[in-house]
Design a protein around this ligand. Structure first.
Ligand SMILES: [Zn+2]
Length: 377
């Protein structure tokens, strides 16, 4: 079983990098590490005895890109001010190769920190016409070109590393954040409706494809108003709404198809191991099927989601246990979860996030990996 641990660059700077890797490989039993190379805004309270204990990070690229790869797009890389001087991916490439660890670099496709704020014209927009400050739309031509440039740059710069692309969606992803208040307790269907993007690029593209984005926009507004009035009705499910409203189905189907086209291009230009990281309960209709050659990795946030995540990711797929899970589950639960995944054909598990682990959590992950290997044998 592949066993990856996710790290932020500061995790290997604030502790001695070799000491971190010694522990991950020797004690925990990891076969590889997944290092963030372009990440969303994040705030961490770290369990490990390192300074600073609290990290507040505005997000951005964690390496210095070759700017000429972005000549064809107005969206330029937003490099992190904090980590610019240190090429963490390069340092990790060398160290991992020397130890026989697999290195993967992880980038967020739509939620790189500060991008939506700096380029508001590329932000996703929901049916209530709210433009996101966190997510850019992958249907915007400049964003697509930016992403192509980023993938190409990373592939050429760090050729031996695999690439994990997360947040690969053209949706108003604030719908899945829990930081805001809504007039109804949000369920999956509400989040789905709110997540559908109606930015200018999506509208224009859909019209070119002879769809009716204005009509779909009205339809989603009516559905959301009904919901606020407490009249959503018994067929209130993503599947139910898609069956009932053909133009809505066509619109999200088109968005999903556009993502598929972009993905295939990215996978080809990368050439190496290419991992599609996707959440289970996030805007499902906007996730196109992954083409062959892509490793599918489904994010699991709670133990309840596990059975569905395993069947969703399929034989030969992987799981990523989100930090909510790795930090909250006790050792017995984590062992059961990991072993069950391997029994059912999952070939790799990524455990989030190293610096949040206490020694107890570290031990849970160690046991989970060890027992899962026995299942395989
Ligand atoms: Zn859009």
């Amino acid at each position: 079983m592949r066993a990856h641990i996710t790290l932020f660059p500061w995790d290997v700077l604030d502790e001695r990098a070799d000491a971190v890797l010694d522990r991950l490989q020797g004690e925990v039993g990891a076969t590889g590490v997944t290092l963030w190379a372009a990440c969303p805004e994040v705030m961490l309270w770290r369990a490990r005895e390192v300074e600073p204990r609290m990290v507040r990070f505005e997000g951005g690229l964690l390496f210095a890109p070759s700017m000429e790869r972005f000549d064809a797009t107005r969206v330029k890389p937003v490099v992190s001010t904090r980590w610019r001087s240190h090429d963490a991916p390069a340092a990790m490439t060398e160290r991992c190769a020397a130890r026989g660890l697999t290195l993967r670099l992880m980038i967020s496709a739509s939620r790189i920190g500060r991008l939506a704020e700096k380029y508001p014209e590329t932000a996703t927009k929901n049916a209530l016409d709210d433009a996101s400050q966190r997510s850019v739309c992958l249907n915007h031509p400049d964003v697509r070109e930016f992403l192509r440039g980023s993938v190409l740059d990373i592939s050429r710069r760090y050729p031996s590393a695999g690439l994990v692309v997360t947040d690969f969606t053209s949706s108003w992803s604030d719908a899945v954040d829990d930081r805001w208040l809504a007039s109804v307790p949000l369920d999956d269907t509400d989040r789905f409706l709110l997540s559908i993007c109606f930015c200018e690029s999506c509208r224009q593209g859909a019209m070119k494809a002879e769809l009716d984005p204005a009509g779909v926009h009205r339809c989603v507004n009516v559905l959301l108003s009904r919901r606020c009035a407490g009249k959503s009705g018994p067929a209130w499910s993503i599947q139910g709404l898609l069956e009932e409203h053909a133009p809505l189905r066509a619109y999200v189907g088109w968005q999903s198809n556009e993502l598929g086209i972009l993905w295939r291009g990215l996978a080809e230009s990368h050439g190496g191991e290419f991992v599609r990281d996707r959440p289970l309960r996030r805007p499902l209709a906007m996730q196109s099927a992954a083409p062959s050659g892509t490793v599918v990795s489904t994010i699991v946030e709670s133990l309840e989601e596990l059975p569905e995540a395993i069947s969703d990711t399929g034989l030969g797929g992987e799981l990523r246990f989100a930090s909510e899970l790795t930090t909250r589950a006790d050792a017995a639960d984590l062992v059961r979860a990991t072993s069950m995944a391997v029994e059912r054909g999952v070939v790799g598990v990524t455990f989030d996030t190293w610096s949040l682990w206490s020694n107890e959590a570290l031990d849970s992950v160690r046991q989970a990996i060890r027992y899962a290997r026995r299942v395989r044998a």
